[in-house]
Ligand binder design. Sequence first.
Ligand code: BTN
Length: 246
Amino acid sequence: MKIIKLGAVNSTNEYLKKYINDNCIKTSHIVYTFNQKKGKGQRGKIWHSDPGKNLAFSMCFFPKNIKAINQFSINMLVSLFIINILKSLKIPDLKIKWPNDILSGVKKICGILNEVKVKGNRIENIIIGFGININQENFENLPNASSLKLINQINYDLHSLVGLIIQDLKKNDYLRFKSKLNIKKISRIYHKNLYGTDTFINFKDSDNKIFQAKIVSVGENGIMKINTSTGKFESYNFQEIQMILN
Ligand code: BTN
């Protein structure tokens, strides 16, 4: 795995995407920076990050064995990989907010953006990008955001933390697609770590209607099944609904 560390960049995902294309890359690469200036978030949003405080990390893989319809299992894997790293740092009360944000309590500390290139029914390549809020202490206009420092009162060494992530990654045959995915097992662990399965939480649908529901399950296609407080079962994909953190 080639590792590229950048002093600053607009977006590690975009940089890696261009790098793969320009250099006809077909092997796994990692790109990271502590100064991402124009990070891409989900749903076309911007992922803000104070310079020198946080990690923006992207990696690309060329999995031979994953069908396009199973691509949500990659989201599950990445979320679990990050949960394990944060657990080893003793970050409390970790949960995955569907589809794949990482929470400590009800505060978001990590956002993930996976970009998949599909050819036919197979995945040609995948760029897995995540940002972890590490030492940032102010999140203006982001009431649900937090950082490892705000939670654990520790000023983290960014270089050691990225070293730990890369070390863990090298050990993880699953995430590097070196061994066949056991989707059932991954899904079971994902559900154990999923936020909103045991108590009612607030959701907002595409008509901005707010309602309460519990998550019943998330399929291998990423579709979430919920049970509303009025007793109805409904299914949503990622574009159709938003979860509201309390
Ligand atoms: C979100 O929660 O909206 C997803 C945020 C993803 C941010 C990461 S930081 C590294 C990678 N490069 C980007 O431009 N975005 C992702």
